[in-house]
Design a protein around this ligand. Structure first.
Ligand SMILES: Nc1ncnc2c1ncn2[C@@H]1O[C@H](COP(=O)(O)OP(=O)(O)OP(=O)(O)O)[C@@H](O)[C@H]1O
Ligand SMILES: [Mg+2]
Length: 496
């Protein structure tokens, strides 16, 4: 159902208050004007505190113009005799005022028997708790492909500009603008035409750089340029095979074959075992952009805005899809969901995320990583959220050999000189990160010792200087293993 239909049904079913969430006031205005027409030319008034009521369409204005406080505005609406649609712009700041909230609640009852509807227009999805259950929220999505195509055509037509793009290139340009608001898209289209007098390839560049700017501004998402390859991961063969098998999952051919888009995976495991590394390497393996979501920032923002920011970030990710959305250390962020004390904000943000995850059909592949399961709400683990939950344990003997190979060959072109089997034997219980540290220690020691080449013995010594996490957290890791045994798929392949 599109937004217009959704609003139309709500209005016709005499819903007294509706919250329409969008930052695109102009576009929302157009939509509501069309809607008022459609509903037997119902009267339409726009209100904001600076201009008072502005009547749209018909002449004259039975309601007052000029500066007006929100309480008076609501009282005028209550007293107005005709059927009408009232659009209140930027109303959210007044949700802080008890009298205003009370008057809105009154309207819930008094307008029910009338054909008057109030639309609260705001870029923020926040509602006071007193209204949350009674005011349906409608989100105006960013313009879709068809809207943007129309916009591009009208921009070109209006300026009598010829397009030098063939159909395919034009399609690509419109597609790349997905995720921009109408005015942002118009801005870049016009800008590129003004610059070059024709519409050509350079427009695409402009759109992309505009999009980068928006992502920067949102702060929650970050394009994460990844240099890691799948071959940089030592071990974790089960996990790697799973990922390799889905290499072409987002291709046209997979779609034609009838395969559903993979949803995502949750990777739980011991610290320093390659979980984050896997997220980064998957981006290279699948040749998809990696977007990292900073959940700390979602929660860190003003309490009421957190939900809105989460919603926006997910939408933005969808417009960039196909892509990988990486949520690192998900356990830390959602720890507060279970703990009381933030008036339910984290629970709601978490709910927004879960619903999205469950219903998502867009090719956004989620990789969530974490290590403390006691912090993770059980809903996250329910079927249908992720395709698979992987558990990453400390590396086996064979895996440690592989990890040594990966890291030694990074610093030395020939690794034949090192006794890898011996090193793997000496580092039982070490994580990949600790093995890496052992090699770095060895290099420092040898370099400090007259800059000589480091040897297998140096690495053994280097490993002794590392206190592996298993020593410090033995019990916690055992508990984690026991938990994972029944609930997860093993990322490590146990040989022999
Ligand atoms: N299996 C592995 N193969 C190769 N290198 C590894 C492996 N595991 C860890 N490392 C090395 O350790 C570094 C840290 O690993 P990573 O950040 O992936 O750990 P993590 O599992 O995400 O840990 P945390 O739970 O603390 O976030 C990697 O950048 C890599 O250099
Ligand atoms: Mg990590």
């Amino acid at each position: 159902m599109d937004v217009r239909e959704e609003l139309s049904i709500l209005i016709r079913s005499r819903q007294p208050l509706i919250s329409l969430v969008t930052g695109e006031e102009e576009r929302a205005g157009d939509l509501l004007r069309a809607l008022a027409e459609e509903l037997n030319h119902r009267e339409l008034f726009f209100w904001n505190t600076v201009s008072g009521f502005r009547r749209n369409g018909k002449g004259g204005n039975p309601l007052e113009e000029g500066r007006m406080d929100p309480l008076t505005a609501l009282q005028r609406i209550e007293g107005y005799k005709e059927d009408a649609l009232f659009v209140l712009e930027d109303f959210h700041p007044y949700f802080e005022e008890p009298v205003v909230v009370r008057q809105l609640r009154n309207l819930l009852y008094t307008l029910r028997s009338s054909r008057k509807t109030v639309v609260l227009l705001s870029p923020l999805g926040k509602l006071p708790p007193e209204l949350r259950d009674d005011v349906p929220q409608v989100f105006l999505p960013l313009p879709g492909y068809a809207n943007l195509k129309e916009l591009l055509d009208s921009v070109c037509e209006g300026r009598d500009v010829k397009s030098n793009l063939n159909r395919e290139a034009e399609e690509k340009l419109v597609k790349s603008a997905l995720g921009l608001s109408e005015s942002q898209a118009r801005g870049v289209f016009v800008q590129s035409i003004l610059k070059h007098k024709v519409l050509d390839q350079s427009a695409l560049q402009l759109v992309l750089s505009e999009k980068q700017k928006i992502i920067k501004k949102e702060e929650i998402l970050e394009f994460f340029p990844s240099r890691e390859k799948i071959s940089d991961i030592g071990g974790l063969d089960n996990l790697k095979d799973w990922l390799k098998k889905r290499d072409k999952a987002f291709s046209r051919r997979a779609k034609d074959y009838g395969l559903p888009n993979p949803k995502g995976i949750l990777i739980i495991g011991v610290q320093g075992t390659g979980k984050s590394l896997t997220a980064k390497a998957t981006s290279a393996l699948w040749r998809l952009p990696l977007l990292r979501m900073d959940l700390g920032k979602v929660f860190g923002s003003l309490v009421g805005e957190s939900e809105e920011r989460m919603r926006k970030a997910l939408l933005l990710a969808e417009t960039i899809s196909p892509c990988i959305l990486w949520i690192d250390e998900i356990d830390k962020a959602f720890a507060s969901v279970t703990s009381a004390g933030d008036s339910g904000t984290s629970a709601r943000v978490f709910g927004t995320f879960l619903t999205w995850l469950q219903e998502k059909e867009s090719p956004v592949f989620v990789i969530a990583t974490g290590n403390d399961i006691s912090n993770l709400p059980p809903e996250l683990m329910r079927k249908g959220r992720f395709d698979e939950i992987f558990f990453v344990d400390l590396p086996t003997y064979d895996e440690r050999m592989e990890i040594f190979r990966v890291h030694l060959s990074r610093v030395r072109p020939v690794i034949r000189d090192y006794d890898i089997a011996l090193l793997a034997g000496e580092t039982e219980g070490y994580s990949g990160a600790e093995i890496e540290q052992a090699i770095i220690n060895a290099m420092y020691n040898a370099f400090d010792d007259e800059e000589r080449e480091f040897t297998t013995a140096d690495v053994v010594q280097g490993a002794r200087e590392v206190v592996p996490i298993i020593k410090l957290m033995h019990e916690r890791i055992e508990k984690l293993r026991a938990w994972a045994e029944e609930r997860t798929r093993k990322a490590n392949r146990i040989q022999r």
